[in-house]
Design a protein around this ligand. Sequence first.
Ligand code: SAM
Length: 264
Amino acid sequence: MDEFQSLLQTIQRLFGIQCTNYKEDYIKRRLASRMNARRIATYREYQEYLLKHPEEHEPLKNALTINVTKFFRDPAVFECIRNEILIPMLRQQNRIRIWSAGCSSGEEPYSYAMMLYDQTLIRKDIDWQVIATDIDDVILGKAREGVYDKSALEFVNERQLHRHFTRRADGKFEIKPHIREKVRFQHHDLMSGVPVQHGLDIVSCRNVTIYFSDPQKNDLVRMFYQGLRPGGYYIMGMSEFLGREVENLFIPFKPLQKIFIRKD
Ligand SMILES: C[S@@+](CC[C@H](N)C(=O)[O-])C[C@H]1O[C@@H](n2cnc3c(N)ncnc32)[C@H](O)[C@@H]1O
């Protein structure tokens, strides 16, 4: 068996991703992006790296399944966002703006909307909105449609399921209008500046920057800094890191959950 086939077997064993379902070219391009990021030249070396470095698993999985997402992806992070950010924020202000950047098929922004809806049921004075952007128009169409397979709902609890989804005849679940209308979807390339008004309370850009070079990542972080209000929150994906050049712009708030606060 050649090096490439052997690497595919390892990937299947580690993640259950059957690479032979994809075009070989596509897989090779995706692998190349990760190998470049790690400065690795051969499939054999990368296979060894993968086996020795569990921290490479998540970026590779994301690179292979580029739009993959879930409601409340990383439930402990969303738990923290609800309890440590949203609830205290609602005690102090009556206007909240969240930007979900690289929102894919909508699960992330709808998760924020469900949490805010549930927390403001008896607070009709709160003006809140989630702005959700992505570069991929096809995936944005799916996000606006708001129809999901059961597998996307693994971390949605029974109460949320009944309150915020309608079960359709085909077995899929459709997000209800009271949540859908609170999320504004918009096409946007993250390389082209802040797409919304400044003074944001939260920028959630999770599992997106793994495809970017270090200078691009740093530019992005500077842009998020500009978009956020002082004291606003920047939330990254679990396998993403703040670069040295830009870490002085933020204070770690919950480093384990990859949540940072914009400095004044
Ligand atoms: C793995 S998904 C992440 C979805 C969600 N944020 C999450 O963590 O579950 C990455 C998304 O980033 C989007 N993306 C990649 N490059 C982008 C760019 N330059 N501008 C905007 N979105 C981008 C992709 O289209 C994809 O939908």
